[in-house]
Design a protein around this ligand. Structure first.
Ligand SMILES: [Zn+2]
Length: 317
């Protein structure tokens, strides 16, 4: 049997928060409990939002938690830059060229206002389902528009249902054309889209297990379809519950009091791991524990399926 390769793939756009730590613990446990390895890839494609200083803090926070990794950012010597998406643009050009050869790409000149016109339908993740209005432009029309606006690159999706079994959430299916629509692979500012970079990287890096927040569940059919076009095997997916703030919002980098910078001054790593493992359903009661002590207790059947609302008492530490 081939060994499992899991991954951490954070965006260094702020300090790691409690929800990121929760997801990282489950990714680590899932791989390590099966004798697998992990890699760390920095998803720092967006130059406006990513900072190398945040990336360094992310690595330090993972180490503080006791969550180690075997290859990637911070450990792979001269190879290290292969694991920073901002340094992989040539790779993504290649990925895009393969799809261009299959005649699936077209330029889209729509402005944000045009995309968000009142009648535009929305997918389950709140994204606009693209109407396909630039798909049928003639070469002359494209040329004329290019004088005024640099286009985004979209991929034309088929009327096809992509279905997969998520290890945490069960069967999930989407009709690409109806539920998602033609999606962007490169933005008009030249930045490669998340869907392209994450799918290509998981494929070429041999990732066989993807553990991430359930907010990304609806991205997965698109990614599976891209994998098939590029000829990559399909990893096993586990979309884990989100941690919700007491008012029901999902935790974000704006919740500064729940980021690792603040938490590390109030609580030790094993206490924090114990809380996360208890919330996840892995520990029957809250107690301080190191991640490696949890590997024999871990099983996906124990992990909660629903998002976890953090009430005030849970955050009283
Ligand atoms: Zn368009």
């Amino acid at each position: 049997m081939e060994s499992i390769k899991g991954r951490f793939a954070p965006s260094p756009t702020g300090r790691m928060h409690l929800g990121n730590a929760f997801c990282a613990l489950l990714a680590w446990l899932s791989a390590r409990s099966q004798g697998g390895s992990l890699l760390l890839r920095m998803e720092d494609l967006d130059p406006q939002r990513s900072r190398e200083s945040y990336a360094r803090l992310l690595m330090e926070d993972l180490r503080w938690l006791g969550l180690d990794w075997d290859e990637g950012a911070g450990v792979s010597g001269e190879q290290e830059e292969l694991y920073w998406q901002s340094r992989r643009k040539e790779e993504y050009e290649k990925a895009l060229a393969m799809l261009k050869q299959q005649e699936l790409l077209y330029p889209c000149f729509c402005t944000r206002a045009e995309l968000h016109a009142a009648e535009a339908p929305h997918a389950s993740d709140g994204q606009v389902i693209y109407s396909g209005r630039c798909r049928g432009l003639t070469p002359q029309e494209r040329q004329a528009k290019e004088k005024h606006r640099r286009p985004a690159i979209r991929i034309a999706v088929p009327e096809e249902v992509i279905s997969f079994t998520d290890g945490c959430r069960g069967v999930y299916a989407e009709n690409l054309a109806r539920d998602c629509g033609d999606f962007i692979l490169r933005r008009s500012d030249g930045v490669f889209a998340y869907q392209l970079a994450v799918t290509w990287d998981d494929g070429v890096m041999g990732v066989s297990q993807v553990v991430r927040g359930s907010d990304l569940l609806s991205s997965t059919p698109r990614q599976i379809w891209l994998q098939r076009l590029w000829g990559f095997p399909q990893p096993q997916y586990y979309h884990v519950p989100l941690l919700l703030a007491p008012d029901g919002r999902r935790l974000s980098k704006r919740d500064g009091d729940l980021d690792l910078g603040a938490l590390r001054s109030r609580i030790g790593p094993e206490e924090l791991i114990g809380k996360l493992a208890f919330w996840a359903g892995i520990l029957p009661k809250e107690e301080a524990v190191a991640p490696r002590e949890l590997t024999s207790l871990f099983g996906w059947e124990k992990v909660r399926k629903q998002d976890i609302l953090l009430d005030g008492s849970m955050l009283d530490f």
